[in-house]
Design a protein around this ligand. Structure first.
Ligand SMILES: NC(=O)c1ccc[n+]([C@@H]2O[C@H](COP(=O)([O-])OP(=O)(O)OC[C@H]3O[C@@H](n4cnc5c(N)ncnc54)[C@H](OP(=O)(O)O)[C@@H]3O)[C@@H](O)[C@H]2O)c1
Length: 242
């Protein structure tokens, strides 16, 4: 039975990635903080061999204790690790407290790094394929996103460097940079929100979690066996065409 770990699986993009992977026969390990929403996502997945784990990625000791326990108790091949958890707080550079920077870096940089270090030998043994979810803001930052844009840029670079180190072991690492995807991260979206996004995005609509989940499935598949160290921009043309 092939196994996958998905962080940030309780909502939005991570929930849809999880559903897709369940259709492809993975036994899922769904990570997040909200156990009720994790359970809802688990129930919406195909199959009944999935597990949920709720803990906070900003707490290194929780990441480490999850990893150590999971590694002890789970022996089926870990074929996919999707690092997706994250949130965005838009605020001006000067009004973003240092604690906010620290928290955001913990979620997208230090938490995942702790997890991967704990899983290092297992990733090599199982030839786990790793996917990280960054953002187009990593490549082209805009105002009021200094913390978010820079932690996502760090994510792009640690993913690429990791891909170089892992390639000799046959382990692939790819990073997806989504544009504007309609999920709870944007709060309540209304018709005005849709109108402004439809006008902004060259392909005329906001992204859906499915747009990202399809790429994750592809990158994990045999079809992508010669693809590693890449950044896949999925944004309806916003980054390159505007
Ligand atoms: N939506 C977009 O437009 C967009 C664009 C570019 C990149 N992204 C990236 O895509 C990823 C998924 O975002 P989304 O849009 O699907 O947002 P979402 O619906 O708000 O989901 C965020 C997920 O991250 C988890 N998470 C947040 N903080 C966490 C923490 N401290 N510890 C553990 N888990 C935590 C949440 O878990 P709980 O809710 O259980 O706490 C939730 O499962 C994020 O990394 C985001 O930066 C999104």
């Amino acid at each position: 039975m092939k196994t996958a770990i998905v962080t940030g699986a309780s909502s939005g993009i991570g929930a849809q990635i999880s559903r897709h992977l369940s259709y492809e026969g993975y036994a899922l390990n769904l990570l997040g903080r909200d156990i009720l929403r994790l359970t809802e996502v688990k129930n919406s997945c195909q199959g009944d061999n999935h597990q949920t784990f709720n803990f906070d990625f900003t707490k290194t000791e929780e990441v480490q204790s999850f990893s150590q326990q999971w590694l002890k108790e789970n022996s089926s091949p870990l074929k996919a690790l999707v690092i997706n958890a994250g949130n965005i707080n838009r605020s001006s550079f000067n009004e973003t407290p240092i604690t906010e920077w620290e928290q955001q870096f913990q979620i997208s940089v230090l938490g995942p790094i702790s997890l991967i270090k704990e899983f290092w030998q297992r990733i090599i043994n199982d030839k786990t394929t790793i996917i990280t979810i960054a953002s187009t803001l990593a490549l082209k930052p805009i105002a009021n996103t200094a913390a978010y844009s820079s932690l996502k840029a760090a994510m792009v670079n640690w993913s690429t460097s990791l891909a170089a180190e892992m390639a000799p072991f046959g382990v692939r690492v790819n990073c997806i940079c989504p544009g504007i995807i309609e999920t709870p991260i944007h709060g309540q979206t209304d018709s005005l929100w849709h109108q402004s996004i439809n006008e902004l995005v060259p392909l005329g609509r906001s992204g859906q979690p499915d747009d990202i989940a399809e790429m994750v499935s592809f990158l994990l598949s045999e079809k992508a066996k010669w693809i590693t160290g890449t950044q896949q921009i999925i944004d309806g043309g916003l980054h390159n065409l505007r």
